[in-house]
Design a protein around this ligand. Structure first.
Ligand code: AMP
Length: 599
């Protein structure tokens, strides 16, 4: 395919505001791309290399501007390009303002043949740019780029410049490419057992709105929808597993659904990391039967690939970070003897094993030099929390609970796997969280035990527990005697805020009860502190004169008729005693009002 043709089609797509029509255009383009299909797919996304490949062109704006200026002729220099850029704001639009190449006029006159760029040639040359390293490489990269721009028309130059910087800006997202691949190459005929109707072609013929046209057909729109959704899901899965849009498009075209279904995870090639949304224990338990509760480590994400001989480590952005982390490599190779892909976090730890802040990990993470010396200074360890492949079994589609089992089989008796708690009890979640925070971790993650691993997705199946917004300092005005082993200890403390903020009364309004986050030792101390202030007992329940102030964390402040403040704390958690505060210094209802309003 001529690069001019690609540029013309990209311009059409850029000018098209509608998503469905965009998919149609992309679909047509993929259908026409022929042998250059993988390249066209990548170019549409502003890529020269597939997403799994960390190779970059390594061309900064300065070289690009210089190449454009040189190709634009003697009267233009990089400063002119930059001045225009400041004005126009986008390098593609700037490149499109120049007439390039002394030779071009002649070529065009002769029928446009001699000098025309093809998509494959642009790809080759940009790959050359990426491969040019060492002494004098900047000059040679500049020369190659100059050569390309010198042969480009204005519209080609626009997309060439964007491609060099890795941003196509034509409104083609990953979803559009996925739908277009399904539309272009996965006709529904094979799916519907030869029940051929005009609608069969609906998906295959790049109709972005296939279902609309099927209304009058006996088979019904639902069935078509389902088949089309199945085709899209097959493409999606192949993309998630391989991270290679070009290859997936080629396989879809050449081998259809069957070929796509055979695309497997490749040990040694990174998969996009599954991501988390912020959420609460309430969200988790509303949505799932039970929640997996894991420690949220404060480190850097790492994906471990061991192919039986060699270990490769990849960052969250799929950069290769193997060399800077030799002890993680050593650990993996000592612990595992079959090919695996693990997902986890690299953490920095102190001599005694306690976690160190994330900044310490960063000192190690991308280090190219002095790795051995830094190894002495900052100790790092792996904390694996997921398992995507073991010895030929891809586990992306297996439930998290099974993936955890596989992980435990592999690394069970090492520090590298955290304890996993599965529970439907919010109190238990709160206590795991309190313990994680106590041990110096960032918090907890809540995950759906039934969920599959969705690469690159920030879905609702992984929740990072939202940190408490702000803690409250509240007065203890009541408590309950414990039961069994704790019968002699006060627990479940009633918490109150001052009714007014100006000290005009010494009234208190109740806000909730806290029982979570307190150790037995702390309960004993608190019982000793509070017993002298007990002014009334009614069975297990005691009321207590204002004397002691607790700092309390919570998930949310809710309106509630249960307490005299009109509010209740959701999942209150004991943080500590504010020894420095008297009840007069405790928070007032006014502050509670304000915090509730800010939520
Ligand atoms: P955030 O970076 O705040 O969006 O939180 C998500 C990140 O937490 C992930 O990308 C991981 O790097 C990190 N993390 C730490 N512990 C876990 C865990 N147990 N499960 C998943 N992600 C974790």
């Amino acid at each position: 395919m001529q690069f001019a043709e690609f540029a013309a089609r990209a311009t059409e797509i850029e000018d098209e505001p509608g998503d469905l029509a965009t998919v149609d255009y992309v679909c047509d383009l993929l259908g026409d791309a022929d042998t250059e299909l993988p390249v066209v797919v990548r170019f549409l996304q502003g890529r020269v290399f597939p997403a799994w490949d960390a190779t970059t062109l390594d061309v900064g704006p300065a070289i690009l501007h210089e190449a454009i200026a040189r190709a634009a002729g003697q009267n233009v220099d990089a400063d002119d390009v930059e001045a225009k850029l400041a004005d126009v704001g986008e390098i593609g639009a700037v490149a499109a303002t120049y007439e390039f190449g002394g030779q071009r006029g002649l070529g065009a006159f002769a029928g446009g043949g001699r000098d025309d760029l093809t998509v494959a040639e642009v790809d080759d040359q940009l790959r050359d740019v990426a491969a040019t390293t060492g002494a004098g490489s900047e000059r040679r990269r500049l020369d190659t780029l100059f050569g390309l721009f010198n042969r480009a028309s204005q519209s080609e130059a626009k997309f060439l410049a964007r491609l060099v910087l890795g941003e196509m800006r034509i409104g083609v997202g990953e979803g559009s490419v996925r739908d277009a691949i399904a539309g272009a190459f996965l006709g529904v005929d094979a799916e519907r057992d030869g029940e051929a109707t005009e609608t069969d072609a609906a998906v295959g013929e790049c109709d972005g709105d296939a279902a609309d046209e099927t209304d009058e057909v006996a088979a019904g729109a639902d069935e078509i929808d389902e088949v089309a959704a199945g085709a899209v899901a097959a493409v999606e899965r192949a993309l998630q597993v391989s991270n290679d849009y070009g290859m997936v498009a080629r396989v879809a075209r050449d081998s259809g659904r069957e070929g796509l279904d055979e695309i497997a995870l490749d040990v040694g090639r990174p998969v996009q990391a599954m991501l988390a949304q912020a959420g609460t224990a309430t969200d988790a338990l509303e949505e799932w039967d039970a929640a997996v509760v894991e420690t949220k480590y404060d480190g850097a994400r790492v994906q471990v690939h061991y192919d039986g001989a060699r270990t490769a480590l990849f960052s969250r952005n799929m950069d290769d970070v193997t060399d800077p982390l030799p002890e993680v490599v050593e650990f993996v190779e000592s612990a595992v003897d079959v090919p695996v892909v693990l997902d986890g976090e690299v953490v920095a730890v102190a001599e005694d094993g306690t976690p160190l802040p994330f900044q310490e990990v960063l000192r190690r993470f991308r280090r190219k030099y002095d790795v051995e010396q830094m190894r002495e200074e900052v100790r790092v360890e792996l904390r694996a929390f997921d398992c995507l492949h073991v010895d030929g079994d891809d586990l992306l589609d297996a439930p998290l609970a099974d993936r955890h089992d596989r992980l435990a089989e592999l690394l069970g008796d090492t520090e590298a796997v955290s304890d996993v708690v599965v529970t439907d009890d919010p109190e238990k979640i709160a206590s795991v969280e309190a313990a994680a925070l106590e041990a110096g971790h960032e918090g907890i993650m809540l995950k759906d035990p039934a969920s599959t691993y969705a690469p690159g997705k920030r879905g609702r199946n992984w929740l990072k527990r939202k940190p408490d917004v702000e803690t409250l300092d509240l007065v203890v005005t009541g408590a309950e005697w414990g039961e069994g082993r704790r019968a002699n200890l006060l627990g479940t403390f009633l918490l109150s805020a001052r009714a007014t903020g100006d000290g005009s009364t010494d009234e208190y309004v109740t806000l909730g009860k806290v029982a979570t986050g307190i150790t037995d030792d702390e309960l004993a101390t608190l019982t000793e502190r509070l017993t002298p202030h007990v002014d009334h007992e009614d069975g297990q329940t005691v009321s207590i004169e204002p004397a002691v102030v607790f700092e309390v964390g919570y998930e949310e402040i809710q309106r509630s008729p249960t307490y005299s403040s009109g509010y209740a704390l959701r999942f209150p958690r004991f943080v500590g005693v504010r020894e420095d505060k008297s009840p007069d210094d405790a928070d007032s209802l006014g502050r509670v009002d304000r915090l509730a309003g800010e939520q």
